[in-house]
Design a protein around this ligand. Structure first.
Ligand code: GLP
Length: 240
């Protein structure tokens, strides 16, 4: 399903889906994305927590990805980013939100443990996603296997350039590697909601929705998902 609407309406639709899940499921599992695309959703959920007493107390959260090679105190560690932008503003229980451990000595073992942890809680009910300008989801860069599991990936040059804005504009400070849920892992979530806004996402959105399924445009994997909602503003939809 593709929904074209202004940015704030997209955020309301995603927040509505999260709220429904929290109210209907006794132990809901949310998939959380970093990046600018879901920020309005997190603001809206924090507002509903504050004003409408929407509670995350019984919920679990799993992040999509994490940089490798940053000290765990670094403000751009995705774990710290999601805490600042969302988790600390609502009432998740202690250790209810997890991310891949990019600081682990054994990254292969940490990846397998992460997939195991997701499976152990019965999988993700609702996964929030953004999309990179090169069509990546989480950090599954072009060329990622459509069946991949959580693993180490090398970041594409384009992604490092896109993300340099979070590192004082200095691309040399952007890590070269990450741990990311695989496309196979992400596909197992029961409902995917992907948000894309702005003209710089138009080509990626066009490929994702209308292009042939291909590992060169990793987000095309959403075409194979039984319940995927793509939420775009006019600019991101301009090539559809
Ligand atoms: C980052 C993240 C993705 C995110 C994407 C788009 O590199 N790893 O999870 O969806 O790029 O980011 P933004 O929403 O800021 O455009």
């Amino acid at each position: 399903e593709v929904i074209i609407a202004p940015d704030h309406e997209l955020a309301t639709l995603v927040a509505d889906a999260v709220e429904r899940l929290l109210r209907e499921e006794s132990s809901p599992v949310l998939g959380l994305a970093t990046g600018s695309s879901p920020l309005r959703v997190y603001d809206e959920l924090a507002r509903r927590h504050e004003q409408d007493k929407l509670s995350f107390a019984g919920a679990r959260g799993f992040m999509l990805d994490e940089y490798v090679g940053l000290p765990i105190s670094h403000p751009q560690c995705y774990r710290n980013v999601i805490d600042a932008e969302f988790v600390s503003r609502v009432d998740f229980g202690d250790a209810a939100v997890q991310g891949p451990n990019g600081a682990a000595e054994d990254l292969v073992a940490a990846s397998a443990e992460y997939d195991h942890a997701i499976a152990e809680v019965g999988g993700i009910d609702l996964q929030i996603l953004g999309i990179g300008t090169d069509g990546h989801i989480a950090f599954n860069e072009p060329g990622s296997s459509l069946c991949s599991r959580t693993r180490v990936k090398t970041l594409a040059d384009q992604t490092r350039l896109d993300n340099a804005r979070f590192f004082n504009g200095d691309v040399d400070q952007v890590p070269r590697h990450c741990l990311t849920q695989g496309l196979g892992t992400i596909r197992e979530a029961r409902h995917l909601m992907l948000i894309a806004t702005g003209g710089n996402k138009a080509e990626a959105v066009h490929q994702m929705v209308e292009g042939p399924v291909s590992s060169m445009w990793p987000a095309t994997v959403l075409q194979m998902h039984p319940h995927a909602t793509i939420l775009v503003d006019d600019a991101a939809a301009s090539r559809l």
